[in-house]
Write a protein that binds this ligand. Sequence first.
Ligand code: AMP
Ligand code: GLY
Length: 440
Amino acid sequence: MSEIGIKKVARYVDLREIKVDGDGVLVVGGGGREHAIVRKLRESARVGNIYGAPGNAGMDVIETGLSATDIDGIVDFVAENPDIKFTVVAPDDPLSMGLVDRLTERGFRAFGPTKAAAKLEWSKAYAKDFMRRYGIPTAAYGTFADAEKAKEFVRNGKFPTVVKADGLALGKGVIICADEAEAVAAVDEIMSDKKFGAAGDEVVIEEFLTGYEVSLLAFADGTDLALMLTSCDHKRAFDGDKGPNTGGMGAYSPCPVFSAELSEKTVETIVKPTVAAMQKEGAPFKGVLYFGLMVSGDDVKVLEYNARFGDPETQSVLPLLKSDLYEIMNAVADGKLAQTNIEWYDKKSINVVLASGGYPVSYKKGCKISGLEGVDNDVNVYYAGVKRDGDGFTTNGGRVLCVQAMADDFAAARKKVYDNIQKIKFDGSFYRKDIGGKTV
Ligand code: AMP
Ligand code: GLY
């Protein structure tokens, strides 16, 4: 299955064993999102070898054996392997650790925001104060470094309310509280019990917003920006948005209820002001800027910023990209987005995650995966928590695979995804049956 016969290379890659045409690209990260990025990059005539830090066994990349947060190791690896002309940093942790700064300081080309620009994601308190300073619409809030003051704010507030750990918490640091007792307990969990570690040194307490959620991603080159198609993800584990929050169980794109008028309004009141304000802050944003939006009627507010591609939104959005992703990423790095034409297919896309039974709490690993060879050619399978086992794969994580299809309408795309996902089997597998249900 692998077109390149090298696995687990450490530090130095023997160029005699790999193809030399095109730019070598290192992709940092190893989940379904990164697989979608890799697959789109492969369509570029300019891209040669693709390396993964760490990648995964199903991604068809040269696995470096480096973890996504081994910042020194990644910088050394790029320095020691002149085949690598560009590094794409996909996950939040290495961005927050300054990997892009470290690479560009050494003269290496990279895609992603600096640590200072990524602060829009890695500190919710910073993001909220930033929005207040620049008049960008968001929920009313308070930020606290002192648990007693946070509790006092809660007691004087309305319910439900939302308590958030300031820092990165694998998407789990947001607690929606129905009453005062729950909110006080949430403050204790985050600030005193340190459930999310240092991410809970500060909390944001926020007004509860109602409406529907839209993910709007944009390429930004520090000055200019280009919107991607909108998308919606499904965060809860079970059908009907029941069960615990997960890393995401599926997504679709574009989001049919988000009209052109709403999009225009969002660009004028949120997207452009954010990019302009980051320049003023002395931290121009280069990379993918992700706006998590709450929409109610014609009112649009920012729930959160992310400084990267969303997972699993990317697995639906990127297949719709007609233009060369590598050209776009280079234009972003060079501040030349305004001269770059970005085109999209006029299709609808859906992806559904196939997960291990018990995810996101506890689950088995090492189950044999079967049926992959029966998947239709026009359906994408993105690999996440997998391990190679002889000629096949076994499970190695909670979110194992993601099955994606596109078609002229959502009904046809959904049918393709669900007809195919049921062909893939492993012990205890489950998936949501209602992804994209609101589109048809
Ligand atoms: P965040 O990581 O800040 O986007 O929060 C994760 C999820 O929590 C969001 O996608 C929403 O579903 C929910 N959420 C966050 N903030 C609010 C809010 N102020 N009102 C209602 N729901 C929220
Ligand atoms: N899908 C939400 C995220 O990537 O944070």
